[in-house]
Design a protein around this ligand. Sequence first.
Ligand SMILES: Nc1ncnc2c1ncn2[C@@H]1O[C@H](COP(=O)(O)OP(=O)(O)OP(=O)(O)O)[C@@H](O)[C@H]1O
Ligand SMILES: [Mg+2]
Length: 489
Amino acid sequence: MIGAQQAFTTLLSNVVGNMLTVVIMVGAMFYLSWQITLIALVLLPVFLVPARFVGRKLGALTKEGYDLNAEMNMVMQERFNVAGAMLVKLFGRPEQEAGHFDGRAARVRDIGIIQALYARMFMVALVLTASLATAFAYGFGGVAAVHGTLAVGTVVALTAYLARLYAPLAQLSNVNLDVMTTLVSFERIFEVLDLEPMIQERPDAETIPRGPASIEFDHVRFGYPSADQVSLASLEAVATLEASTHTDVLRDVSFRVEPGQMVALVGPSGAGKTTISSLVPRLYDVTEGSVRVSGVDVRDATMDSLRDVVGVVSQDPHFFHDTLRANLLYARPDATDAELDQALGQAQILSLVASLPDGLDTVVGERGYRLSGGEKQRVALARLLLKAPDVVVLDEATAHLDSESEAAVQVALRQALGGRTSLVIAHRLSTVRDADLLLVIDGGRVIERGTHHQLLAAGGLYTLLYHTQFADQEPDIAAGQVAEARPVG
Ligand SMILES: Nc1ncnc2c1ncn2[C@@H]1O[C@H](COP(=O)(O)OP(=O)(O)OP(=O)(O)O)[C@@H](O)[C@H]1O
Ligand SMILES: [Mg+2]
């Protein structure tokens, strides 16, 4: 983007300045001797024609260089970050990754060399033409001076002007090149600017009232937007792979979470649970039907109020590469240290933070202190507690924790969810048993609904899921549950 910046600062002022210089020089030379000026001007095409050719070549090379650099940046960010590097190492293909990268880097290097070569050629042509013109001026002017038709002083003045004429001309012929390289930068900027955000706030959006909130899904149909709808054209090479798979992920999903209730979603992998949870904070818009929070359709709500009311804890919470304090303050910038401690205490993570050498100033995130899975969840819950939303959307972690941190996470969860309206993707037995309502999702539909006991008694998909997903978490109790359920069914 620096390229685009240069367009206005240097390019424009250069063009105007150089044009003025050329006009004044040529005018002065014509005044002194029109014959010599004509000769000097006739030589111009000798220089300008190759200059244009070189300019065009350089423009194409510059564009290729930019594209390659962008691609390399992407590879660096995606493949060579902590998680990506781990994947590369684990699957044992680092040579291939390095090879890919080397290939691109080599091309960027070649482009640099070719650019330098062309630029040299350009300079040679310029110096040659300028010298030729000067030689002609001295020759023609010298003869004229001998014959007395031209003063010696005039000849010297003419050659001095000539020398000053070629530098701005060279720069002007380069404008073509500068404009082309600049256009490459602009192309990229406009591509980003022109991309309409998929989710937009309506001009007359209303505020969701604070206080006990409800969540309502009303005959929701939803399919993920295809790649070409969401990505940039220059990224399309990567994105088109998945462009064709546009099908409904959710069909006719209806349910209601009353204020203060906890509703849990269960179902096989790929059923659409995460998708349902992402519609509440309006990460996507529904295709049909509506999602309402406290009676307000999320498409009619202001983004600010939706963000304030709905808090999300994802399955694998992310932290910025920054101090714990900064990560927590992100949820509520004006929180005091006492409030931070209180939230950490409620999330059962205060003792760990206190034991860190730098305490709240410990740097976490990818390249900082690596929190364990259970610790991450508790810090994320502390962050949620600081934000104090009325609605919590939670994707429980699937990772099995040791019983000690499992117990701590459970206490933290009770603190975070207590008194709030929550929609939880359940992976814990304790969650499904506490839930006011369970929704069994399969193939994008709600196929069963009821409490844990009701569903076990019904003996449908939930019973099956229960035995495969939850029963092993608390073997004794699970056995008891089955025994309890059998007489009913
Ligand atoms: N960003 C996305 N773009 C396109 N399709 C997606 C996207 N995310 C999920 N899907 C598809 O939507 C369907 C439902 O996925 P979802 O993540 O909601 O399942 P899930 O119930 O959360 O599964 P799991 O228990 O494994 O987390 C899947 O078929 C998945 O391939
Ligand atoms: Mg999921």
